[in-house]
Design a binder for this molecule. Structure first.
Ligand SMILES: Nc1ncnc2c1ncn2[C@@H]1O[C@H](COP(=O)(O)OP(=O)(O)O)[C@@H](O)[C@H]1O
Ligand SMILES: [Mg+2]
Length: 409
């Protein structure tokens, strides 16, 4: 699910790069008439202007290139590498052969058209590859898991990290899905510490110009754990009172959700201007609490507050962490928890302080300290069914489809 391409409008923005005056005027004729489409024409050859092409507001990028020239193909490779999975790129060529097709496919170009192009074909291609701006295109868009605290110290960071690790390793015999964990606790973030990583997110650098944040700059601001987990975390500035722009955070979230298969958010307790947007964009929303009377009360209040504010969309579910099932103690039993929380209760995660402590001190996931431990086992039951259901829903890439069609002719 996407969080919103840009915060100001839902308009479709088509960016066309071309050095061909005739193609430019036909693009203007095709797209210029509609008020729902914003057309940005960038004149010039791809090899000359490709590296500085601004695609931050684009829904679709149409690149007219001379596929017979090596420097043009190299510029396209740089452009697609910089853009990553979003926005989609449509290549327009004059020549077309098997080598060009294979190269375009390897560059993950979303579609291609060969000149001369009928207007309707260009519109169709843009509509088809640009669909992801709407809801429900889960081919290029991440599954988002968000963890929100009901009380302080309930274990949001611990559970967010373990969930990210489980999702990362959920590939089975297939390649592991790309997974990114974002620490949105800007002021007291602990993700980098718990994983023993150097935080590299520099929001002050992005803030003056959010549109500068592209795949390449994001890459600079990611930290990678030895497991392959990508982490976005900012260095702690405990004495600094600050919050970030909605636009900056939105841009960051969009980019991350367009470039990873799974995204996990570690959220702060404070409600910021961007909190609604994260919650609305989440596929799974977990409220983490503890099994005390105030803990359950806060969780319940938070569930109703979210429903009241954001409607039925986000469906918050409560995880009771550090749960101890004692037969003869006076503590809360599972039934009490169920009764207090009703339908919003989804899971009780066992208490095992020694295990969690050791994992944090060594900067490794729980499973590495103790394979098959009870915390990971419970979490797996909760988060992996959704992940497994998602696997196997892949749609064929339009370009592949097209190649198959042309081969059949
Ligand atoms: N299931 C658990 N069993 C035992 N201790 C836990 C568990 N989950 C978290 N903790 C401990 O609780 C403390 C707070 O956890 P943390 O994940 O930092 O919470 P939060 O991010 O909500 O502030 C840490 O000391 C952590 O080791
Ligand atoms: Mg935390």
């Amino acid at each position: 699910m996407r969080i919103g391409l840009n915060s100001s409008s839902n308009n479709t923005c088509v960016v066309v790069l071309t050095a061909d005056a005739e193609f430019e005027s036909s693009a203007r004729a095709i797209f210029g008439a509609s008020s729902a489409i914003e057309l940005v024409v960038v004149p010039g050859r791809l090899a000359d202007v490709g590296d500085t092409l601004n695609v931050s507001a684009a829904t679709v990028v149409v690149v007219d290139l001379d596929a017979g020239r090596a420097e043009e193909m190299a510029a396209l490779a740089r452009l697609t590498a910089r853009i990553g999975q979003w926005p989609p790129v449509i290549a327009i060529t004059q020549v077309f052969d098997e080598t060009v097709a294979r190269t375009l496919m390897q560059m993950r170009v979303a579609d291609f058209l060969v000149k001369p192009i009928a207007g309707i074909d260009l519109v169709r291609a843009c509509a088809s590859v640009g669909k992801g701006t709407g809801r429900g295109n889960d081919l290029t868009e991440a599954q988002i898991y968000t963890f929100l605290p009901a009380v302080g110290g309930a274990g949001v960071t611990t559970l967010a990290i373990q969930t990210a690790m489980l999702l990362l390793n959920s590939g089975g015999p297939r390649a592991n899905p790309s997974t990114c964990l974002l620490d949105l606790e800007f002021q007291h973030g602990a993700v980098a510490d718990y994983l023993d990583l150097e935080p590299r997110l520099n929001l002050a650098e992005i803030e003056p110009r959010p549109d500068r944040l592209d795949r390449q700059l994001l890459e600079v601001m990611l930290s990678y754990h030895a497991s392959g987990l990508a982490v976005v975390a900012a260095p702690n500035r405990p004495a600094e009172m600050r919050t970030f722009d909605l636009d900056v955070v939105t841009r960051l979230l969009d980019l991350v959700s367009a470039n990873f298969e799974y995204v996990v958010f570690d959220m702060p307790r404070t409600w910021f201007s961007w909190t609604d947007r994260v919650l609305l964009g989440s596929n799974k929303l977990y409220i983490v609490s503890e099994s005390t009377v105030p803990g359950l009360r806060h969780a319940k209040q938070l569930v109703s507050a979210i429903k009241e504010r954001l409607g039925e969309g986000p469906n918050p579910q409560v995880i009771v962490n550090r749960f101890e099932q004692r037969m003869f103690s006076s503590g809360l039993r599972l039934n009490d928890v169920r009764q207090a929380l009703g339908e919003s209760f989804v899971s009780a995660i066992p208490n095992d302080y020694a295990l969690v402590r050791e994992a944090i001190d060594r900067g490794v996931p729980l499973d590495e300290v103790k394979p098959g431990n009870r915390i990971t086992t419970e979490l797996k039951k909760l988060v992996l069914p959704a992940a497994n259901a998602k696997a196997g829903h892949g749609k064929p890439v339009p370009l592949l489809k097209k190649l198959k069609l042309s081969a059949a002719r």
